[in-house]
Ligand binder design. Sequence first.
Ligand SMILES: C[S@@+](CC[C@H](N)C(=O)[O-])C[C@H]1O[C@@H](n2cnc3c(N)ncnc32)[C@H](O)[C@@H]1O
Length: 215
Amino acid sequence: MTGEDAAFWDEVFAGLEVVEVAAEEHWIGRVLVDAEARVALAGQVLELGCGLGWDTRWLVQAGGQITAVDGSAVALERLAAALPGPDYVHHRLPAPLPFPDAAFDAVVAGLSLHYFPWRDTLAIMQEVHRVLRPGGLLMLAVNASGDAEFGYGRGVEIEPGLFAFDGHLKRFFDEEACRRLLATGWKLLTLMPLNEPRYGRLKRLWAAAAYKSSQ
Ligand SMILES: C[S@@+](CC[C@H](N)C(=O)[O-])C[C@H]1O[C@@H](n2cnc3c(N)ncnc32)[C@H](O)[C@@H]1O
């Protein structure tokens, strides 16, 4: 994340009200299909890109010890005031994660992995793999290809699925890109297209759950 991107997110979060989604509509609950995954989410959990806590609130309810990372200081400040409990860490991806190997039972990345060139996205995934314990759980949600209402097709497509507009990058994943992301070092548990209510609209996502396997 550049300083410009950080300023962009700080401005977004300074003006945004927190709107919560009903637990049964939340992507994590809809993707979660096995009991082992629930156990992982009740352990040490790293959240990447917590924003104002859309997913953090769900994760706190699931009983884990949460470390929530974001590149926006404003988001972290507002969320820490509203939701004490998690450890909040200011960190800008794709810089290497400031955590030891195998430190977490689960990593959750809700709408935070789709801002990068593919090379950086893979570097982040390697870091996620490194900080997860063997067999640890990864849950992610990313923009779905074709979601014009949320920006698909705007600006210039600088890589397949990655659009540059208003000085920012935004990737939209199709199923093949999701599978490619999880092809090496992961045992895919679930991959599904979902619609989630956001800001009065339905946002199209791909959501996935996978276990860490050897690379
Ligand atoms: C669409 S929001 C998602 C927030 C929250 N997970 C949710 O679903 O509402 C994307 C989040 O990723 C964070 N983010 C974007 N680029 C980042 C980067 N390079 N490093 C760290 N966080 C970043 C933003 O600050 C923002 O909180």
